[in-house]
Design a protein around this ligand. Sequence first.
Ligand code: PEP
Ligand code: MG
Length: 554
Amino acid sequence: MTDDAGAVDRGLRGLGVSPGRAAGPVVRMAAPPVLPPPGTAHSERTVGEGLAAVADELEARAARAGGAAGEILEAQAMMAADPMLREAAEDLVKEGLDPAHALDAAFATHREALVAAGGYFAERAADLDDLRNRAVAAVLGLPMPGVPDPGHPFVLVAEDLSPADTAGLSGDVLALVTEKGGPTSHTAILARGRGLPAVVACEGALGLAEGALVAVDGGSGEVVAGLEPGEVARIQAEAAAERTRLSGSRGPGRTADGHPVKLLLNIGSAADLEVEDLGAGAEGVGLFRTELLYLGRRSTPGFDEQVAAYAAVFRACPDVVVRTLDAGTDKPLPFLDLPDEPNPALGIRGLRVDRLRPEVLDTQLAALAEAARATGTEPSVMAPMVATAAEAAAFAERARAAGIARVGVMIEVPAAALLAAEILAEVDFLSIGTNDLGQYTFAADRQHPGLADLLDPAQPALLRLVELCASAGRTAGKPVGVCGEAAGDPRLAPILAGLGVTSLSMSAVALPAVREALAGHTLEACQELAREALSGRRYQRSAVVTCGPGRGGP
Ligand code: PEP
Ligand code: MG
């Protein structure tokens, strides 16, 4: 946490990455505590009291969370209450260390032992690091690090959030504001998935004081501080009214003159699949990101567990496009034990994991086929990060041999977009992942807050690749959809429709505004917008962004 807390008087601006407005008190996610030099640390608690405070806090959160999240927190609370750990730290205090350094040293010894044991134990080192940070903060009297859960509605302000942090957020979070993060970072994606207004790359956000009343606009990226309680109530009421208005929107995706553009959902599990969304006109699932099932795991989920998870989705919605495991770089999965790489975004990720661990894809394809059989559905299955027609052909052969009827690939690498026609000769459909396609087209890290202008999906170079794919689809008579974040942007939807894209897949919250945008244009108007966008004359969301202090890195 920076020292400038409370320094913000009125307004900040970042990148609005998940639309909607919210207002409420700020709760800041504390950074890990910094150990003062030995001998200078002021302790507010003994080692035993610090560890007990950590265990109590985790117990209370476990009780509030319940379910699987509750079990994980319960296990962490038990680790904090481990008498061996406490005794080791107390012995160090007897030898003259202050409690914070004693805890730091005791945790370090425990950590080394776990890492040396390897495998499952080594993966618990991250849990220990989290406990160490909490215990050191507790004895130093600093705010508890990690995702807060104050027990009342709040606007979460953090430097950045990992996918695991975002997944563990309580239902009390009204909005997210982070200093780092980019428009296609997983924080942004998960926020959209949960319908939480979010502003990322918001320089100065950590200067917002704890408890300050703020308004957040996840569309414009504005964060206004210094609100009166009455203003908070008014903004909350207006936001609720807007949600109600949009939730009244119904029906399939159509331009004003009836040209169909399927409106689909991006989900991470059956829990994301609300019956109301399907009732409100979502025409299926266009992207089921299966890696959430693998996230935070110490070993691959077994065949039966996978079948159950996939079948739950197929039962809720028969028209699903499943993406096979997309691991690596921004979605690290420890159990895969992938080698460290100097440049992981360009290394073994997505379908390329299959080069090292073919059994992972084999099990997943077999589980998908079994789930389809058990539910009497015909899901489509696609691979991420395909770069060549040969990769597409090999994947299609494996998937069909496993019993999958409809096979596709994602277009996320410019090489694949350039070969869309050849790839479509091998598969039944394409789905364009504009998040990665933007990253790889512009050589711009998708998580980098200083490169937002390059990651703008309205960039004509990106749209020309989309057009190549759409036109290959038209020639082949096969569907070409967009499932990256661009699909959920109402300003882009008519342009993508005009380029010839046949479906748009997005989070449920984005769907009503996209439906409205399509319905407001004829196909001819969409095509005119597309022509202008391809030329670069129209709709450039952001001009060149400067990388000032604090915006240098992800
Ligand atoms: C994409 O890259 O656009 C995409 C949909 O995949 P992900 O964001 O999960 O990498
Ligand atoms: Mg991707």
